[in-house]
Every structure is written in C-alpha cells, then in structure tokens.
Design a protein around this ligand. Structure first.
Ligand SMILES: Nc1ncnc2c1ncn2[C@@H]1O[C@H](COP(=O)(O)OP(=O)(O)OP(=O)(O)O)[C@@H](O)[C@H]1O
Ligand SMILES: O=C(O)[C@H](O)COP(=O)(O)O
Length: 403
C-alpha cells in the first residue's frame, strides 16, 4: 500500500484530494456525543491541507436508505471538524450534485470541504456493480487523488470504499496504517495470555469472530447482548433478553470446541434484569434487579452483567498480557446499566497488558464513562471492521488500496 507520506513527498499543492473518512459519530439530535472518529482522521486532513491540497472529505453516517434523511446529515460532523481544525470547513449539501461541484470548485489551496452523507445516494451501498460504479464515476469527478482513511468502513464493499480508489491514484491514510499495524500484531505475534472480551448488540454480525478466536485466544469473556445466546445454549431461561435463536446450535458447538481446545470460555454468573428496556432519553431510574444468570424470569430481559460477574471478569483480566475488547457489557447509555462496562474498562486500565478496544460504541462508551483514552493501548475506530480483520477476511477497502 502506498502511504500518505509518499503522496506528500510527491507534492499535493493545488490537487483535489478525496479523503474517505469514517465520520459516523454517535448523535443526540444534532449534538455529537463522542467525536473520537473525527479526531482520529484529523491529522490526515491537517497534513494534506498544510501541504496545499484542496481537501474533499467524505463519509457515511448511520444507515439512511439511499436518499436524503435530515437526521443523518453530516453537517454537525463538518462543523465539529472545523472547530477541531480551527478553520472554516465548507459544507456541500449534496454529495455529487451542484452544491458539491460548486463547493469543490471554490476550494482554495490548503482549504477543506465536507460533502453530504455518501449513503444519501443509492449507488453508494448498491450490490449491483454497475450502479456502484456509476456513482463512483461521479465521485471521481470531484478529485485528482484518493486517500482511504475510513478504517471503520473498510469491511464494506461500497462505492466510495471499493470502487472509487480503482478510478484515481490512491494511498492509505495514517489512521488506516495505524489501525492495521496494531490489529496485525493481534493476528501474528500476540503476547499470552490473550484474553478477548465480547459484548454489544450486533450479535449476528459478531458471533463469527469466535470461530477464529478459538484458534487464537486463551480466554474469552462474553457479556452484553451476546451473552444470552450462550446462556440459552447452556439450557437456561433468558426471558425476553436479546437472543439469536438460530445461532444456538453454533454457539453450543463453540462451547464444546473451546473445552476440547482448552480455551477458557467465561459467561456471566449474574445479570441485571428488568421487564422494560430503559428510557435512554430521560434516563429515568430503571430499578433493575440482580438475578443469577441461570434464573432469569421469563418476562424480564438482561441489560447488564451483575456485581459477581464484574468481579469475576476483572479477575479473569488481571493476568492478561494482551486484551481485545469489543462491545459494551450492558446498555451503558443508561446509568443503571453502565457498571458492567465501567468494570471491564477499569480492569483494562488497571492491567499492565497491551489493551485494544474496538468498536464505535465501545470506544464511545469508555470516553463517555469518563475514562482517559490514553490509558488504553489502542482504541480502534472500527467495530465490524476490526473484528473482520481479526477473522482474517479480505477487507474490500484495504484490498482496493493495494497497488
Ligand atoms: N444486554 C443488552 N441488551 C441490549 N442491548 C445491549 C445489551 N448490552 C449492550 N447493549 C447495547 O449494545 C450497543 C453496542 O453494541 P455494538 O455491537 O454496536 O458495539 P460496538 O462494536 O462497540 O459498535 P459498532 O459495531 O457499531 O462499531 C449499545 O448501544 C448497548 O446499549
Ligand atoms: O459504525 C461502524 O461500525 C462503521 O461506521 C460502519 O458502519 P455500518 O455498520 O453502518 O456500515
């Protein structure tokens, strides 16, 4: 992969440089609750602007369905980028239309613009190669060079990630280089004991990584929404908890393989339950009860790991040399269900191990819960992307950057 430093050495003065970033930040209305992904790509944008490039930043935000939806506008992210850069950032209210063309044409050397959400166009995510290609052709008209730096989206075969770099001279940005460098270490010369913590809500997306981790990790701790499919596989009642029923046989097979291979699988021993999902807007008290993990009432759902599990997981992390953590332990957005995620984050902070936190929500959680991001070895901007990298899959957005 050609690097951004090589591009800078060749000179970018006056060139239109398209930076595919991942500015998919959590929003509360139009307020950004965690700007980590914007700060992560900031050095790339700064370097290009300092070298006199005309920088066109593009990203997706959320999952709009191929047409403009105001709730998913990139305008708040563009404004925040301007604040971080300390300079005016132009914003195009469309992605490839008149506004984008005019904004890019009006960009001076060393200036930065953000174009509107790529996913407001059906061509961005289309499964049809021709439709995606046609959209990539239009994006290519906006630039002379492509810098891929949206690590969080490299696992998506989307027009701006996969098809556009084929149409322009392309290089990898600094964020992608850092992310790949760290994750590569976890797939190659990992220091042991290697402990993996998995949680979160995208259970079906993430179960697949366990198949691979059974060959790599020494110990796997499961929490968050992912735990209930495992508890069900062990024959326990999980009430109305998040459950991937069709994956129960697969999960059972994972548990059996783990035992045969001597990989320690650790599941919650107690959980916080309630009959209702908490109100994340008002944060009204949820008054959960703590129950043993094998005694979840049929009409209740598990929303965080319990106090005994917090202690257990902290002890299982204490002797680790390497830790990879993806997915919160509970619905951390509500204070009554944040303790499990806090306990795991604290165990990582206290540990001398090399710690990697992967995932948009997990990374946001550690910052929102008040942890210092420098207390972790690496906070990855990729959720699905980092897991698919660890699975050893070919990621379209990385393959496209190769020469
Ligand atoms: N027991 C649970 N039941 C329901 N939701 C849960 C539970 N535990 C955690 N969650 C939710 O999981 C969500 C985060 O999961 P996700 O799998 O998206 O994490 P991530 O990997 O950090 O993020 P991403 O994949 O988007 O980069 C949070 O919004 C949290 O509220
Ligand atoms: O949040 C993420 O993991 C990335 O921004 C990718 O988003 P997506 O899962 O909607 O493709």
């Amino acid at each position: 992969m050609k690097t951004i430093d090589e591009l800078l050495a060749e000179g970018v003065e006056g060139k239109r440089v398209f930076v595919r970033a991942d500015l998919n930040v959590p929003l509360d209305g139009t307020t950004i609750t965690d700007d980590g992904r914007i700060r992560a790509v900031q050095p790339t944008i700064e370097k290009l602007a300092a070298a006199g490039a005309r920088v066109v930043v593009a990203s997706h935000l959320g999952r709009p369905k191929g047409a403009p939806e105001p709730a998913f506008s990139l305008a708040p992210a563009a404004a925040r980028l301007g604040e971080l850069l300390g300079t005016e950032v132009a914003f195009a209210t469309d992605t490839v239309g008149e506004s984008a063309e005019a904004v890019v044409a009006g960009l001076g050397n060393g200036k930065v613009a953000v174009i509107e959400n790529l996913r407001f166009n059906a061509g961005e995510t289309s499964k049809d190669d021709a439709e995606r290609g046609a959209f990539a052709d239009r994006l290519a008209e906006l630039a002379d060079v492509y810098v891929g730096d949206g690590f969080g989206a490299v696992h998506r075969k989307h027009a701006s990630v996969y098809d556009l770099p084929a149409r322009l001279p392309h290089v990898a940005g600094g964020l992608i280089a850092t992310e790949v460098g760290v994750l590569k270490k976890l797939t190659e010369d990992v220091e042991r004991p290697y402990v993996v913590v998995l949680g979160g809500a995208k259970v079906s997306d993430k179960l697949g990584v366990i198949d691979h981790l059974l060959e790599k990790a020494d110990r796997i701790l499961v929490g968050g929404g992912m735990a209930y499919t495992f508890l069900k596989a062990q024959g326990h009642e999980v009430g109305i908890s998040l459950l991937q029923e069709d994956q129960v046989p697969t999960v059972l097979e994972y548990l059996e393989r783990a035992e045969a291979k001597g990989v320690e699988f650790v599941l919650p021993v107690d959980v916080l339950v309630s009959a209702e999902f908490p109100d994340l807007k008002t944060k009204a008290p949820a008054n959960p009860t703590t129950v043993a993990a094998d005694a979840i009432p049929a009409d209740q759902e598990g929303l965080d790991i319990g106090p005994e599990t917090r202690k257990l997981y902290a002890s299982k992390l204490a002797d680790a040399a390497t830790v990879f953590w993806n997915g919160p332990m509970g619905v951390f957005e509500h204070p009554d269900y944040a303790e499990g995620t806090k306990a795991v984050a604290q165990a990582l902070v206290d540990s001398p191990a090399f710690t990697v936190v992967g995932g948009g929500d997990s990374a946001a959680a550690v910052r929102i819960l008040g942890f210092d991001e420098n207390a972790f070895g690496h906070i990855s901007t990729g959720g699905g992307a980092s897991l698919e990298y660890l699975e050893g899959k070919t990621l379209p957005g990385l393959a496209a950057l190769e020469d």
